[in-house]
Design a protein around this ligand. Structure first.
Ligand code: C5P
Length: 294
């Protein structure tokens, strides 16, 4: 069992791991009256993670980040999570939060959502509130569609806006090469440009979760699907070159994660992944990672 948090010496601080996710399957079932889209998606946490350190103080809210481009104000989902936790539980006092960012931002890897989930989980421990996962997931859904998934993490089938989470008991270790093309994609823009064709047959996630549960990497790579990929490629045509590059180095399935821009491909093992990573770096792609599921 992985340890996802560590107490500080003073007992009033805690460091929480906030892993990234990839979408192995994502189908859009329709548009909802609230403006969101009804989804069926299989999300999987991977071992590329931010770390969030939280400290309770006498002052107000303070947020710092290792990455200068990340806003450290109330627009940051960690800030929203802290405020919501305080409102919902009635705990008072200040919080000093520091985020060490490793997950590329605006990449379809759920970094900001995972950071927010880490804040909720961390405060629940620091304040010894003992709130259940279900309660934390209810708060998480108010912050963003992907946030509830990260409360339990692992691998899950997610429906609704993404907040209706059914965990999948995946025992096998799958390996992936992940490429970040250094392009920031707006999730809202991708959804806004999605053309929902009612005549197109909808894909269902069963091939993907059966492949995961039967430990078959080959079947998994054949089942990868993302309805948002075509939109991301249309809006950000530069992504196609990166996808081709990864495909030319990997025989298995290659796909954009979520709304992009990160692109991943399944590979048989870590060694194979490292070789591909080496080749991509020779070809001038700097931000590549070899990752596996948690
Ligand atoms: O929920 P979250 O704030 O992360 O979503 C970001 C944007 O993505 C939303 O404003 C919406 O435009 C779009 N979205 C959607 N349907 C979903 C999830 C997100 O349309 N199920």
């Amino acid at each position: 069992m992985r340890k996802a948090h560590k107490r500080g010496k003073s007992n009033n601080s805690l460091t929480v791991t906030a892993p990234a996710k990839i979408n192995l399957f994502l189908e859009v079932l329709g548009k909802r009256p609230d403006g969101y889209h009804e989804l069926e998606t299989v999300m999987q946490e991977i071992d590329l993670a931010d770390t969030l350190t939280l400290e309770t103080t006498e002052g107000g809210m303070e947020l710092t980040c290792s990455e200068p481009g990340v806003p450290c104000d109330e627009s940051n989902l960690v800030w929203k999570a802290v405020r919501l936790f305080q409102e919902e539980t009635g705990v008072r006092g200040g919080v000093k939060a520091h985020l060490v960012k490793r997950i590329p931002v605006a990449a379809g890897l759920g970094g900001g959502s995972s950071d927010a989930a880490a804040a909720l989980k961390g405060l629940n421990i620091l304040h010894a509130k003992g709130l259940s996962d279900a309660t934390l997931m209810g708060m998480a859904a108010q912050i963003g569609s992907d946030v509830p998934f990260f409360i339990k993490g692992g691998t899950a089938l997610c429906r609704g806006r993404g907040e209706a989470v059914t965990p999948l008991a995946v025992r096998h270790r799958f390996w992936y090469v992940l490429l970040y093309p250094d392009i920031r994609v707006s999730t809202a823009e991708v959804y806004n440009n999605l053309r929902i064709d009612l005549t197109t047959e909808k894909k269902d996630a069963s091939l993907t979760y059966k492949a995961l549960l039967s430990n078959s990497g080959k079947r998994l790579s054949l089942s990868l699907f993302n309805r948002l990929e075509e939109v991301a490629l249309r809006l950000y045509p530069e992504l196609q070159g990166f996808k081709n590059l990864l495909e030319s180095n990997l025989s298995d399935g290659v796909m954009i994660s979520g709304s992009g821009s990160a692109i991943f491909g399944h590979c048989e093992n870590k060694d194979k992944g490292e070789k591909v990573r080496g080749k991509l770096q020779e070809q001038g792609v700097e931000k590549t990672f070899v990752v596996s599921n948690l």
